[in-house]
Design a protein. Structure first.
Lengths: 279, 358
């Protein structure tokens, strides 16, 4: 990106950007299955961090710990310098952490605007009763989705009538609407076409640029990683084996690392032992 | 994103927007948005049929006081089941609470002289407590509510019949308690529009009040929204921070309270607490009323108003068929067919709608 192009350009992330979130020595098991072993992650303010890993590597478990859905067996989470523990997704949300889950967490039987405000509904007092302010939520949803350029049939239609891409857009919009300080996106592009993907990636960049939001992104397309992310963490079999900024690595190296499941040092050691790799 | 409007006022067609155009699609939208519609049509047809079949005997104050009394009793339990079915649960023990609650109220009155009104409050509290127990067993121990409540059904039924050697107890007459909660003071020949005439309908009026309140809670409060979310997508609801276990327990508690209230009204109506008053059949009829009223057994959607109309249809079938000269037992044949038909309609409307995206 060219810094001369004005507000469109992404300011390079300074090395002195403060660490906004730190997960230290997180382990988590489910009965006989160990999902995470001693995982540590650092997220700096305004940073877009890609979390890469095979299916079952523990990515979703890790972010579900961060979003308060799971509680870690051991390890600590530090947010803005203070140790925190999230007993529920509500706790995490109140700390400014918003998550778009892989399953999107949308309620099919409810309208788009009810989904947009689920868990933090607007209310008004009518005859002493605390009732939902549907009109306000409907209006705000419509404006907000229009502003983001997300087109859906109507904010009144139930979510189960939307296409996969539309649902994903609604889920992303809902999380952004809360103006989080940390946004977690678990495969936000899975059901999106090329144009919609570009749109969501654009939104992420805009958030970073305008509000200095930190983002953790789980995504499988390496092009997209290098397009929007500052740093990559590769999670393999419940451990972080590779942590590098995107400017220090390349797509080729990432593919090599993901294929082997080994970090840089291990690959170098293996290469030294086996001689030069075939091209 | 690419501007949607780039041809000077001409509205570009948005992808994915489908306006219902055929008659079938319009009907589908209508049926799924207002699930009460189909049962309301059935109710009207049924009333017309019975009215003509009985030479005008169906729509009389005297006969309607019976039909609406049954509608009221059934409706209260049906609306309780609606709440639970929306969260994806069910309560088969409500008939047990229906029997137990008035028993407690009357026993408190005849042994310690507790006023019926106070006893009624205590009884409703007991109903709520039974609901809480059902709910906690279901969510904490992860026992399906179908099983939990079969257990509590036998338990409650056992308590009721053993308290008083399975004898009905005569309820003490206490005014204005009896008049307020449904003792029929009307003179069959008198006008419906007198104060005494209204008492013929009080059980129904109470039910109307409760159904209205529950419909309001369901459609216009956060609690209602979270109840629907819990039944529609429980994992998603948890991920967004809804305490789904709590929501379920609260709904069990409301259901228990409704059943206890229905039992109290029933006792006021008949001036006695009968251990046979709430047979499990009552719960099944209430579930039938909820289902034919448009509530899905699959969770996530349901309508209290539909359940009330459903209760009216069941009560009309039970009472009306005799009037038009059918065997009393034949009403169950119609009821059985109606439940299956309603369930097919519910599921198919959703399926067709989702497929056509209207």
């Amino acid at each position: 990106m060219n810094p001369e192009t004005g507000p469109q350009a992404i300011a390079p992330l300074g090395p002195d950007a403060p660490v906004i979130l730190e997960m230290s020595h997180i382990s988590k098991g489910f009965g006989a299955v160990t999902a995470l072993v001693d995982v540590s992650i650092k997220l700096r303010q305004g940073e877009v961090l890609a979390l890469v890993g095979d299916n079952g590597a523990g990515k979703s478990t890790l972010i579900k710990i961060l979003s308060g859905f799971h509680q870690p067996d051991t390890g600590t989470i530090t947010s803005k310098g203070k140790e925190v523990s999230f007993a529920s997704p509500r706790d995490a949300r109140s700390h400014g952490i918003e998550t778009v889950y892989q399953d999107l967490a949308l309620v099919g039987d409810l309208s788009v605007f009810h989904n947009m405000f689920l868990g933090r509904e607007y209310k008004k007092r009518v005859l002493g009763l605390n009732l939902l302010d549907n009109q306000k939520m409907r209006e705000l949803s419509r404006q907000y989705l229009d502003n983001l350029g997300i087109s859906i049939p109507s904010v009144n239609s139930t979510v189960d009538l939307l296409s996969g891409g539309q649902r994903q857009c609604v889920a992303v919009a809902r999380s952004i609407y809360a103006s989080p300080s940390i946004l977690i996106l678990d495969e936000p592009l899975a059901a999106l076409g090329v144009r919609e993907s570009a749109h969501v990636l654009g939104l992420i960049q805009k958030l970073r640029r305008e509000r200095n939001v930190s983002v953790i992104l789980i995504v499988h397309n390496y092009n997209q990683i290098f397009e929007v992310c500052d740093r990559i963490n590769f999670l393999h079999a419940g451990e972080i084996v590779f942590d590098a900024s995107t400017s220090e690595t390349s797509e080729e190296e990432l593919i090599r690392i993901v294929k082997s499941g080994l970090g840089r040092k291990a690959i170098a050691a293996a290469a030294a032992e086996a001689g030069p790799l075939p091209a | 994103m690419v501007p949607i409007n780039d041809s000077g006022g001409a509205k570009a067609r948005k992808v994915g927007v489908k306006v219902p155009d055929t008659i079938l699609e319009r009907a589908l939208v209508l049926l799924s948005r207002y699930r009460e519609v189909s049962i309301a049509v059935v109710a009207v047809v049924l009333v017309i049929y019975f009215q003509f079949g009985s030479d005008g005997g169906f729509l009389t104050a005297q006969f309607q006081s019976i039909v609406l009394r049954d509608t009221g009793r059934l409706g209260l339990i049906a609306v309780a089941e609606v709440l639970l079915m929306i969260t994806g649960e069910i309560d088969l023990s409500l008939s047990g609470t229906f029997s137990l609650a008035p028993y407690i109220m009357v026993l408190l009155s005849i042994t310690w002289g507790v006023p019926l009104a106070v006893g009624a409050v205590i009884s409703v509290a007991v109903g709520v407590l039974v609901g809480a127990i059902n709910g906690l067993i279901t969510v904490r121990f992860r026992v399906p509510s179908l099983i939990t409540t079969v257990g509590t059904l036998f338990f409650l039924q056992g308590i009721v019949v053993s308290i008083y050697n399975s004898q009905p107890i005569i309820a003490p007459v206490e005014e204005p308690f009896n008049a307020i909660f449904g003792e029929n003071l009307s003179d069959p020949a008198g006008s419906v529009f007198s104060l005494l005439g209204i008492t013929a309908f009080t059980p129904f009026l109470w039910t109307l009040l409760v159904v209205g309140a529950i419909a309001l809670v369901l459609n216009r409060t956060s609690f209602g929204l979270h109840t629907i979310a819990t039944g529609s997508n429980i994992v998603g609801a948890r991920e967004i921070g809804i305490r789904t276990d709590r929501i379920k327990v609260y709904n069990f508690m409301i259901a228990g309270g409704c059943a206890a209230f229905a039992g109290i009204i029933n006792t006021a109506q008949f001036a006695s607490a009968d251990p046979q008053g709430g047979s499990p059949f009552l719960t099944l009829q209430a579930i039938a009323a909820a289902v034919i009223g448009g509530t899905s057994l699959l969770g996530g959607s349901g309508t209290p108003i539909g359940a009330l109309i459903g209760a009216f249809v069941v009560a009309s079938l039970n009472n009306g068929l005799v009037m038009v000269g059918a065997q009393a037992t034949v009403s169950d044949v119609y009821l059985g067919a109606a439940i299956v038909a309603a369930m097919i309609l519910n599921v198919q409307v959703d399926r067709l709608r989702t497929r056509r995206r209207v």
